[in-house]
Design a protein around this ligand. Structure first.
Ligand SMILES: *Cc1c(COP(=O)(O)O)cnc(C)c1O
Length: 468
C-alpha cells in the first residue's frame, strides 16, 4: 500500500476520543491533556510512516489502533503524575541531599496539615488578640533546648549565615581560618557568602594549622567578628591545629569582638551515646560562650529545611530589624514542622526513635540484619530469576554530615541472569514509585538502613514487574 493510502486510514482525533478506553480515561484526566497526547501520537505515527524509504507493506489494522490508544493512555497518566513525589531510598545514605535530606516524623503529620489547610496563629498573639511574631512559636523551645538567650529562624542555613554576617559585620572584617573556608554542595562557599553579605574576609593560618596568635595578630580597628565554620563535610587529619572554641571566645571577650559559628549540621543530642563519633552539639557551642550560632533544620536535627540562629539577644534583635529577614523568612508549613519536630526533643529518651534521621543513623546491625532477612525471603518468594545475597557493608550519614562515619549495615546484593544490573537499576528507578539503588561489583545493592518496612511491598512489586 502506498504511504498516502495508509495515512488516509490513520484514525482521526475524533475517532480516538470516542474509543471506550479514552472515554474512561477522560473521567480522571483533564481533556486538554488527553487531546495533547492524542495529537502527539497520531503525528508521531504519521512521521514514522513518512520517513520510511519504501512504501510500507501493511495496513492500519485494529492492532495498530490499539497500540496507539495504549500509548495515549500511558502518556496521559504519566503526565498527571506528580513530578515531585516519593521515592524509595535504597542507597543507605541517610541525609541524601538529592532525595530531600531529612524525613519528617510521621507523628507530626497532623500538626503540619492543620496549619497548611486552615487559618493559623502564624502572626497573632492569641492572648492579646494583637499582631504577633511568626518566629515566636519556636523561640522559647529553641532557648530551652539549646540554652541560648534568643533565637531566629530563616529559610536555610545559607540564609542564616548571610543574615548574621549582613547584620553584624557589614563593611567590616571577618577573621576566619584557612582550614575552614568550606564549600557545601550546591555552590554554597563561605568566602562567597561573606562577600555577598558585605563583610571582608580576612584569612588566617594555613590549611592544616591555625593558632590563637593568628587570630590575635589579624585583629584591627575594623574587625567585625571571628567566624568559626564547622568543617562538617570534610576532615583535615594529621599535622593539624585548630583553636578551641573556648580560647577563641576568651579572645573575643578580651578584644570585644563577637564570635560567630556556622555549625552546619545542628546536632541537638550527644551522638557518642549511640556509638557515633563526637559531633559538636549546639548546646556545646552555647556553653562555650559563642555569641551567635547558625545551623540547618534538615540535617542531623531531622526537621524541615530551615536555618536556625541562636545566640545573644542584642544581636538577634538587630537581625530581626534587618530587611533581609523579610526576604529570607520561612513559610508557615516549615514553621509548623519545625515546632513539632523540636517538641519531640523535649523527651530526650525517646527522641532518637521518633525522629527518622536519628533512628536511621543509630539503628544497629542486628536489627538491620533482621530486616534484610525479611526482604530477602519476600524477594525469593517471587520466584524470579535473581540471585540474592545478604552482605556486610557500610552506610553513610550524608548531607555533608559526619563525613568519616561508616555505619556498619547489611545490604542485599542482587544479580540477575536475565537483565543486566544497569538495566535493572534503570527499571527500578523508573517505576511508578522510583527505587534508587546503587551498583557495586555489577550487583544491585539495597541497603536496608534507609528502607522502611512499608517499602517492602513496593520493592517486591517493582521486582516482579521488572521480570514480567
Ligand atoms: C550544610 C551547611 C551549610 C548550608 O546549610 P543549608 O541548610 O543547606 O543552607 C552551611 N554551612 C555548613 C558548615 C554546612 O554544613
Amino acid at each position: 500500500m502506498n504511504k498516502g493510502m495508509i495515512l488516509s486510514k490513520l484514525p482521526s482525533v475524533e475517532e480516538i476520543l470516542n474509543q471506550e478506553e479514552i472515554l474512561k480515561l477522560l473521567k480522571t484526566i483533564p481533556r486538554s491533556v488527553v487531546l495533547d497526547k492524542i495529537r502527539f501520537y497520531i503525528n508521531d505515527y504519521r512521521c514514522s510512516i513518512l520517513s520510511m524509504k519504501e512504501d510500507p507493506q501493511f495496513e492500519i489494522s485494529q492492532f495498530i489502533k490499539e497500540e496507539l490508544i495504549q500509548s495515549i493512555v500511558e502518556a496521559s497518566i504519566d503526565y498527571m503524575q506528580m513530578n515531585l513525589r516519593e521515592v524509595i531510598n535504597a542507597t543507605g545514605v541517610v541525609l541524601h541531599t538529592n532525595l530531600g535530606r531529612a524525613l519528617l516524623s510521621d507523628e507530626i503529620k497532623n500538626e503540619v496539615w492543620s496549619v497548611a489547610s486552615g487559618y493559623s496563629t502564624l502572626e497573632i498573639n492569641i492572648n492579646t488578640g494583637k499582631r504577633g511574631s511568626r518566629y515566636s512559636h519556636v523561640v522559647e523551645i529553641l532557648k530551652r533546648i539549646t540554652g541560648a538567650e534568643d533565637a531566629l529562624v530563616v529559610n536555610n542555613n545559607a540564609a542564616a549565615v548571610l543574615l548574621v554576617l549582613g547584620t553584624m559585620t557589614k563593611n567590616k572584617e571577618v577573621i576566619i581560618s584557612r582550614g575552614e573556608l568550606v564549600e557545601i554542595g550546591g555552590s554554597f562557599r563561605v568566602p562567597e557568602v561573606m562577600s555577598q553579605s558585605g563583610a571582608r574576609l580576612i584569612e588566617i593560618g594555613t590549611t592544616n594549622k591555625t593558632h590563637l596568635w593568628d587570630y590575635q595578630n589579624a585583629v584591627s580597628e575594623n574587625t567585625g567578628a571571628f567566624l568559626k565554620v564547622h568543617t562538617s563535610n570534610y576532615r583535615i587529619l594529621g599535622f593539624t591545629k585548630v583553636v578551641a572554641l573556648k580560647e577563641l571566645v576568651a579572645l573575643g571577650k578580651k578584644t570585644e569582638i563577637p564570635v560567630i559559628e556556622d555549625l552546619g549540621s545542628g546536632v541537638l543530642i550527644d551522638l557518642q551515646k549511640y556509638g557515633l563519633t563526637y559531633e559538636p552539639t549546639v548546646q556545646d557551642s552555647v556553653r562555650a560562650g559563642v555569641d551567635v550560632i547558625t545551623f540547618s533544620g534538615d540535617k542531623l536535627l531531622g526537621g524541615p529545611q530551615a536555618g536556625i540562629i541562636v545566640g545573644r539577644k542584642k544581636y538577634i534583635e538587630e537581625m530581626k530589624k534587618n530587611p533581609l529577614t523579610r526576604a529570607l523568612r520561612i513559610d508557615k508549613l516549615t514553621m509548623a514542622a519545625l515546632e513539632a519536630t523540636l517538641k519531640l526533643y523535649l523527651d530526650e529518651a525517646s527522641v532518637v526513635n521518633r525522629i527518622p534521621t536519628l533512628r536511621m543513623i543509630t539503628e544497629g546491625k542486628t536489627s538491620i540484619e533482621e530486616r534484610a532477612k525479611e526482604l530477602h525471603s519476600r524477594l525469593l518468594a517471587l520466584k524470579i530469576d535473581i540471585d540474592i545475597a545478604i552482605k556486610d557493608d557500610y552506610s553513610q550519614v550524608g548531607g555533608g554530615s559526619l563525613p568519616l562515619e561508616e555505619l556498619p549495615t547489611k545490604v542485599l546484593a542482587i544479580k540477575s541472569r536475565k537483565i543486566s544490573s544497569a538495566g535493572l537499576e534503570e527499571k527500578l528507578r523508573r517505576g511508578k514509585i522510583p527505587i534508587i539503588t546503587r551498583i557495586q561489583e555489577d550487583q544491585i545493592i539495597l541497603d536496608l538502613r534507609t528502607i522502611k518496612e512499608r517499602d517492602y511491598i513496593i520493592i517486591c512489586e517493582a521486582f516482579r514487574a521488572s521480570f514480567s
